[in-house]
Design a protein around this ligand. Structure first.
Ligand code: PEP
Ligand code: MG
Length: 323
């Protein structure tokens, strides 16, 4: 199978009815970057900046961060990299920060909440990203945004850093700002949100945990609700339609995009950018290249609203019937 995946490395992820799907990598360490060439992925759709922070003994300063981000951009070359600002707290701990006292860490002081309460930390990270991207495209994405005001606050810090560096002649060629759709409340602010962002990326791991009120790390319940059940698919369908109407590119970068059956459903819903671990690129591309997206879209359209349970078995049957 590895040979079969290698054989399609340079072929596009395109459905039989001509829909191009961009396949990106999730990455966190420099050693992940060679996977871009190995898999033929279109770019890095989710660079988890907390990962290099997690493997260090102390908090990296601006210079150290700049070095890390420069290395990532250098290895990615012409391919875009979406840098997610620090998502620590929750299930991600830094050995040199005091352990979280939160009773519900997933719902607690993490990600953008921490960044906005510690604005120096966010300023430093954004300064490092802006410096590393001097002359290049910078794509930056904020995690766990629950309301538009948080994006606005983060943007203000970004703009301040951008201006300071520009005065010294350091400037990315272009800056694109996005947010992760992980907290359901954000889906009810799309009219205000979409005009303010360049892209949106669904973190399905957190989104589904919050949508179903179901701890993603608790094996007693984590398998209880299916991401292919009607509420999940309906949520994503409405989001896809709103983004299409608003002209905002939508990606999925959670685990959902990494599994061929789930990824198939996402393509059926109209999502055209998927980001996943390197090992998933071959299997997902194989699925995309054997899929007719139009019949799947109408199939979902017909069954999604009225179904009372997960469409997993039906989607499996659809996949079998259609190659
Ligand atoms: C997600 O929540 O789906 C996601 C991609 O972010 P992480 O898994 O790093 O929380
Ligand atoms: Mg997340």
């Amino acid at each position: 199978q590895q040979a079969a995946y290698a054989a399609i490395r340079d072929l596009p992820a395109e459905t039989l009815d001509g829909q191009r799907v961009a396949l990106h990598l999730n990455a966190g360490l420099l050693i992940d970057l060679p996977q871009l060439d190995a898999t033929g992925a279109d770019g890095v759709g989710l660079y988890r900046t907390e990962i290099p922070f997690m493997v260090r003994a102390s908090f990296p300063d601006v210079a150290a961060q700049t070095g890390i981000y420069r290395g990532v951009l250098y290895q990615a070359g012409e391919r875009p990299v979406t840098f997610r600002t620090l998502d620590v707290g929750g299930d991600k701990r830094l050995p040199y920060l005091p352990p979280s006292q939160d009773e519900n860490p997933a719902l607690g002081w993490r990600a953008i909440r921490m960044s906005l309460d510690r604005p120096a930390m966010l300023s430093h990270q954004l300064r490092a990203l802006l410096t590393a991207a001097d002359g290049h495209l910078l794509r930056v994405m904020f995690p766990m945004v629950a309301e538009v005001a948080e994006l606005e606050a983060a943007r203000t810090i970004l703009e301040r850093e951008r201006r300071r560096l520009a005065e010294r002649g350091v400037a990315p060629a272009r800056i694109e700002v996005g947010v992760m759709m992980e907290v359901p409340s954000l889906a009810f602010q799309l009219d205000a949100l979409l005009p303010r962002i360049d892209f949106l990326s669904v973190g399905s791991n957190d989104l589904m945990q919050f949508l179903f009120a179901c701890d993603r790390g608790n094996p007693k319940v984590s398998g209880r609700y299916d991401v292919l059940s009607p509420p999940a698919l309906t949520f994503l369908k409405r989001l896809t339609d709103a983004c299409a109407a608003g002209g905002v590119p939508l990606a999925v970068c959670g685990e959902m995009a990494a599994r061929p059956l789930e990824a198939m459903a996402l393509v059926g819903l109209g999502i055209r950018v998927l980001s996943m671990p390197a090992a998933s690129v071959g299997p997902v591309k194989t699925m995309v290249r054997s899929l007719r997206s139009a019949p799947l879209a109408s199939y979902l359209e017909r069954h999604m609203a009225s179904a009372t349970r997960s469409l997993r078995n039906q989607l499996k049957a659809f996949a079998q019937d259609h190659g």
